[in-house]
Design a protein around this ligand. Structure first.
Ligand SMILES: C[S@@+](CC[C@H](N)C(=O)[O-])C[C@H]1O[C@@H](n2cnc3c(N)ncnc32)[C@H](O)[C@@H]1O
Length: 191
């Protein structure tokens, strides 16, 4: 399956109009590209998605890494959305490689750490929440970090924290599409 198939499937689903995705098509393509690259990196690859909501982005990550051993851990503090918008959850439930997908309901700031080959941050959008997510997972990351809603005027805390993180030399911007930013890790977090 390629990206266009993936988008067509979801835009034409029962939740047409982007019901499953919170990210826009051009942003989804960026996420797709980075997820796909993890298929080529090393042996033990894990993508962590923080913020699942209706699971549209999780399905995209699964499709982008299809036919690989890439593990995807998806965490959300609430589980309720799966009962409101079932398309993506139905797809995941029927997915032939569902053993690669680890769906968790817990607080991303406090979850057990695992080594990561990619981090996708789209959970708590408050300044302190984003900061906790980055700090909690940062030293376990060996790969790109993607974060949604950077420069979105309604998510001032996301932008402010990431700008500080850049200023402190932890990352540099690789590219930005819409409000989805891809960051290159430069160093571990120093307490
Ligand atoms: C914008 S939505 C995620 C959208 C999803 N990535 C997509 O593109 O389809 C943000 C989600 O983050 C979750 N969230 C907020 N704070 C969290 C936390 N501390 N730990 C885990 N999830 C959290 C919310 O429950 C919500 O479902």
């Amino acid at each position: 399956m390629d990206f266009e198939d993936c988008i067509t499937l979801y835009r034409n689903s029962n939740n047409a109009g982007g019901g499953c995705y919170q990210i826009k098509n051009h942003e989804a393509k960026l996420l797709w590209n980075y997820a796909k690259q993890t298929k080529c990196v090393g042996k033990e690859n894990t993508i962590l998605e923080i913020g699942r909501y209706r699971a549209g982005s999780l399905v995209l990550l699964a499709m982008a890494t299809h036919d690989s051993k890439v593990k995807i851990v998806s965490v959300d503090i609430v589980d309720g959305c799966r009962f409101c918008y079932t398309d993506a959850y139905d797809w995941l439930n029927d997915y032939e490689e569902k053993e690669r997908i680890d769906i968790r309901t817990e607080n991303s700031h406090a979850m057990e750490n695992v080594p990561l080959s990619m981090l996708f941050v789209d959970g708590d959008h408050l300044y302190e929440g984003v900061k906790k997510d980055f700090i909690h997972h940062w030293n376990y990351l060996n790969g790109p970090c993607l974060a949604h809603d950077y420069t979105d005027p309604t998510c001032e805390g996301v932008t402010r924290f990431i700008d500080e993180w850049i200023e402190d030399g932890y990352v540099e911007i690789i590219e930005q599409v819409g409000t989805l930013i891809a960051l290159k890790k430069l160093k571990d977090y120093e307490k």
